[in-house]
Design a protein around this ligand. Sequence first.
Ligand SMILES: [Cu+2]
Length: 72
Amino acid sequence: MAIIKKQFDVGGMHCGSCAAGIQMVLSTQDGIQNASVSWDTKSGEVEFDDSKVTVEQIQKSVAELGYSATPK
Ligand SMILES: [Cu+2]
C-alpha cells in the first residue's frame, strides 16, 4: 500500500458550503486519510491509501454529490 496525494479541479460548486460538503463526504470514506476542498481555488487535495481507494472512486463519489473532480 502507498499513500497517494492527488490534486483535483472541482467543478459545479457555487459556494463555500458545497466545498465543505464534498470535503466532509470524502473525509469519512474508508481509505481516505485526508481531504480538503477549496471553494476559492475550485480545487481539492485528497490523501488516500491506493490499496483501498482509486482516483476513479473519488471522482465517482464527487459525481454522486453533483459535482465533478478532474485529476490535475
Ligand atoms: Cu454551495
